[in-house]
Design a protein around this ligand. Structure first.
Ligand code: E4P
Length: 212
């Protein structure tokens, strides 16, 4: 399973660049950086040699397509994030015909993911954390999407998004998701286990008793 980092913070991206396969951003993450959007995306593309998702902010399909064409000029690795709406899927269809890769965002059901794939999306992002937040079963939705995509041979890759904790990453991997996009604080937690800390401490303490 590929791991992306879910942030627009270039310091976090530089820190984890050796590990990650790509980056996802969204308007909320970008707004925290207080810098021009295109400048951030260009800098990220200079750090990571993998897909970098940049989201459109238009509502209607022609404007989404226009924004997507501009964003895709920044770098060959830019993937256009498009919200799961009827206009969004019309834009995805147009962009897919032009060879511009898209990541359908704000997907909360298997039906939405089916429509994203049929529209020609390169990626779909089910938001597992936000589904769980309202009492749903985020990973259940991911399982349904993977099942449907396998049955019909869709090539759209599934990015497990809105990841809140390490268990989400384990479950994404167990289900065979293509990618999990993970905030930096959760990425760091993946390395940790209290028994590892205790073990390191004990080995170092015992080493002190070895004659030098
Ligand atoms: C995915 O591409 C989104 O940027 C992100 O995972 C949303 O996560 P949130 O629900 O924590 O905002």
């Amino acid at each position: 399973m590929k791991l992306y980092i879910d942030t627009a913070n270039v310091a976090d991206i530089r820190e984890m660049a050796w590990l990650i396969d790509g980056v996802t951003t969204n308007p909320s993450l970008v707004s925290r950086e207080k810098r021009p959007f295109a400048e951030i995306i260009a800098e990220i593309c200079g750090i990571v040699d993998g897909p970098v998702s940049a989201e459109v902010t238009a509502i209607d399909a022609p404007e989404m397509v226009a924004q997507a064409r501009e964003l895709s000029k920044i770098d060959k690795n830019v993937v256009i994030k498009i919200p799961m709406t009827i206009a969004g899927m019309q834009a995805v269809k147009t962009l897919s015909g032009e060879g511009i890769r898209t990541n359908v965002t704000l997907a909360f059901s298997a039906n939405q993911a089916l429509l994203a794939a049929k529209s020609g999306a390169s990626f779909v992002s089910p938001f597992v954390g936000r589904i769980d937040d309202v009492g749903g079963d985020g990973m259940g939705v991911v399982a349904e999407i993977l099942d449907i995509y396998q049955t019909y041979g869709f090539s759209t890759e599934v990015i497990v998004a809105s990841v809140r904790h390490p268990r989400h990453v384990i479950e994404a991997a167990l289900l065979g998701a293509d990618i999990a996009t993970v905030p930096n604080d959760v990425l760091k937690k993946l390395f940790c286990h209290p028994l590892t800390d205790i073990g390191v401490e004990r080995f170092l303490k015992d080493w002190e008793g070895v004659p030098k």
